[in-house]
Design a protein around this ligand. Structure first.
Ligand SMILES: NC(=O)c1ccc[n+]([C@@H]2O[C@H](COP(=O)([O-])OP(=O)(O)OC[C@H]3O[C@@H](n4cnc5c(N)ncnc54)[C@H](OP(=O)(O)O)[C@@H]3O)[C@@H](O)[C@H]2O)c1
Length: 274
């Protein structure tokens, strides 16, 4: 499977399983199915309330720990130096893991706060409890402030990215600064029906004998963006992973590029009220 090299040489599988809104048994079964299918990357977060189920599935899968890339995220209420260290330890305990491969600040919560929090992530990184550190829901101005103040550069920025919100400028900024862009909501999340009904996407899917979801995922990986589609259904988990036997030609990549509307379905980063 294709892997992206992070700025500390860690390898991050280009596709992983998302687990937002996957609860208890559903989360456990989804992670188990994904690992059996060949996924080697799982995305969770403290706020999803499923770290225990995710960790149990990882353990029960029989796949070696070193072969799985696990991401979790620091929730907003736990920002600040001491609370972030404690939150990471709590997440590790729930996951039943000695380390995670990537630890992210979930949302930007103010300039001063974010640097104190980042220092905690740097400490956790130095301790080896997290193998890579990064942020989520950061725009260019948030990233620039972090880069100006960080000892360890962020390795990843996980943001909403899909055919209606293509983030070309943010992607270039990240690339120029050694930050890997990771797409959440790659299937447009709660707007998935609009994606599946899009006529351009349907035409392209027909041409490659693939589903619209597969085309949407492939279009991101072709742009070297890490992608974490979520499903709790075995058939879809398998379908979303079955994207390595074809390539999209330039004409189709450009057709999809034209679908961009700059349309966001999650809160705007500077106005997070939670
Ligand atoms: N950092 C952040 O702030 C943040 C925010 C949101 C999400 N995330 C991460 O990104 C992951 C992905 O985002 P997301 O879960 O919001 O949305 P998504 O992956 O874009 O879409 C998930 C939706 O698509 C459906 N689906 C999945 N595969 C399908 C297929 N092949 N055909 C038809 N429907 C399909 C799922 O339903 P079923 O489950 O019923 O199959 C679910 O309703 C999350 O799970 C989470 O790990 C991070």
């Amino acid at each position: 499977m294709k892997k992206q090299k992070l700025n500390n040489d860690t390898l991050m599988p280009i596709i992983g399983l998302g687990t937002f809104r996957s609860k208890d048994e559903d989360a456990y079964n989804a992670v188990l199915t994904a690992l059996k299918t060949g996924y080697r990357h799982i995305d969770t977060a403290a706020v999803y309330g499923n770290e225990e189920s995710v960790g149990k599935a990882i353990k029960d899968s029989g796949v070696k720990r070193k072969d799985i890339f696990v991401t979790t995220k620091l929730w907003n209420t736990e920002q600040g130096y001491q609370s972030a260290i404690k939150a990471c330890n709590d997440s590790l305990k729930k996951l039943g893991l000695e380390y995670v491969d990537l630890y992210l600040i979930h949302w930007f919560k103010g300039y001063e706060n974010s640097i104190d929090t980042w220092k905690a992530l740097e400490t956790l990184y130095e301790m080896g409890k997290v193998k890579a550190i990064g942020v989520s829901n950061y725009n260019v101005h948030h990233l620039q402030h972090l880069l100006d103040n960080a000892k360890v550069k962020p390795m990843v920025n996980q943001v909403e990215t899909h055919i209606r919100l293509q983030n070309e400028f943010l992607k270039d900024f990240c690339k120029n600064n050694g930050i890997q862009l990771e797409a959440y909501a790659p299937l447009m999340s709660h707007h998935i029906d609009e994606l599946l009904e899009n006529e351009t996407m349907q035409e392209i899917a027909k041409k490659y004998k693939k589903s619209v979801a597969q085309i949407a995922i492939k279009w991101l990986t072709e742009r070297d963006i890490v992608v974490i589609p979520k499903s709790v259904h075995s058939k879809r988990i398998k379908e979303n992973f079955d994207i390595f036997d074809f390539s999209l030609d330039d004409e189709d990549m450009n057709k999809i590029k034209e679908l961009n509307k700059g349309e966001k379905y999650f809160p705007e980063f500077d106005n997070v009220m939670f």
